[in-house]
Write a protein that binds this ligand. Structure first.
Ligand code: AHM
Ligand code: MG
Length: 334
């Protein structure tokens, strides 16, 4: 069962579907195959290293970041499905070029997440989020991008790992497709993914521990205590590549944390971006039975006010995330 056939089959269940979302997903699939091919050439072709530029977050731009960003834009600009795009790598919203028809959807993406891992052959990924246009007129506006995660129409990621996998949801469960490189097609390999209600692993950059709030410190201490009845101590697994950490926890069970750094003026709200990272993964995890929070609020209920807004992200198995929230509530409000 190819991704295309599976998606078309799903679409047929909705009598009012126009096929536009399916068309959009097909364009995204094409872009991700091209990015996957390029990522796989890293080390042979001249795609490693920096471009010399810095992005809107002050981070150095890698050549593959820029390539993936450009590929996604070029694959998505002309299909007539989108009215506007926004990328983690661009300061402002990305309009659809004048010569192309405009559609009813909004696409937000992180073209290549975990890019600090590119040069050392560690898994990286593309994350995307799709909303419906909500303003009047043909052109999409900033307001169309600043929507609650709860209103997403679809969200997903592509992980460039030991194999390339696409995982996404349209709000009817989560499915995973693995790229068969011999035919260049994504094949349905993980139908209706459900995450365990409780995990045995935690993923966090513990080097930042001194800068966490007391609730987070207490929770991580709790995970390390011995208690066979609640499977503690948990194992630490941190790749430093959000898509890879999230994907492992989704399938095997676990909790990922990127809390606020109280003493780092650059990270008062953590490091991860609400629109391109937290919201899409929160939509996926909820569809798989998990949950995501900033410590107090469900990530999907946060109304963004800025395109590149950052947010503490604690995401994974429901029981684990709820336990984290208890610690935050009792020990220190965020
Ligand atoms: P990026 O979008 O610039 O690649 O940054 C996001 C990445 C995530 O993939 C990962 O979870 C996090 O940064 C790791 O940060 P740190 O190195 O501070 O642990
Ligand atoms: Mg990122």
């Amino acid at each position: 069962m190819t991704a295309q056939r599976h998606i078309i089959g799903q679409e047929r269940k909705y009598s009012r579907a126009t096929g536009s979302l399916t068309g959009l997903l097909m364009d995204l699939i094409y872009a991700s195959k091209v990015i996957s091919r390029e990522v796989n050439k890293a080390g042979i072709a001249d795609v490693l290293g920096l471009t010399g530029d810095k992005n809107v977050h002050g981070e150095e731009v890698k050549k593959l970041d820029e390539y993936a960003n450009m590929r996604l834009f070029q694959a998505m600009d002309h299909g007539g499905h989108l009215c506007v795009m926004a990328s983690e790598e661009n300061d402002e919203i990305i309009p659809i070029p004048q010569e192309f028809p405009k559609g009813k959807y909004v696409l937000l993406f992180d073209p290549l997440d975990g890019s600090s891992n590119i040069d050392v052959n560690v898994s990286i990924g593309t994350i995307f989020s799709i909303h419906r246009k909500k303003t009047d007129g043909e052109e999409g506006k900033l307001e169309d991008c600043l929507q609650k995660g709860r209103d997403q129409v679809a969200a997903g990621y592509v992980i460039y790992g030991s194999s390339t996998m696409l995982v996404f949801t349209t709000g009817q469960g989560v499915n995973g497709y693995t790229l068969d490189p011999s035919v260049g097609e994504f094949i349905l390999s993980h139908e209706d993914i459900k995450t365990p209600s409780k995990g045995k692993m935690y993923s966090v950059n513990e080097g930042n521990a001194n800068f966490w709030d007391d609730g987070t410190k207490g929770y991580i201490r709790y995970l390390k205590e011995k208690d066979a009845a609640s499977d503690r101590p948990y194992s630490l697994r941190y790749i430093g590549s959000l898509v890879a950490d999230f994907h492992r926890n989704l399938l095997c069970g676990g909790i990922f944390l990127y809390p606020a750094d109280l003493k780092d003026p650059k990270k008062p709200k953590g490091k991860l971006r609400l629109l391109y990272e937290a919201s899409p993964l929160a939509f996926i995890v909820e569809q798989a039975g998990g949950i995501a929070t900033d410590g107090t609020n469900n990530i999907l209920d946060i109304l963004p006010t800025e395109l590149h807004q950052k947010v503490p992200l604690i995401i994974g198995c429901k029981e684990d995330v709820l336990k984290y929230q208890e610690f935050v509530k009792n020990n220190s409000p965020l």
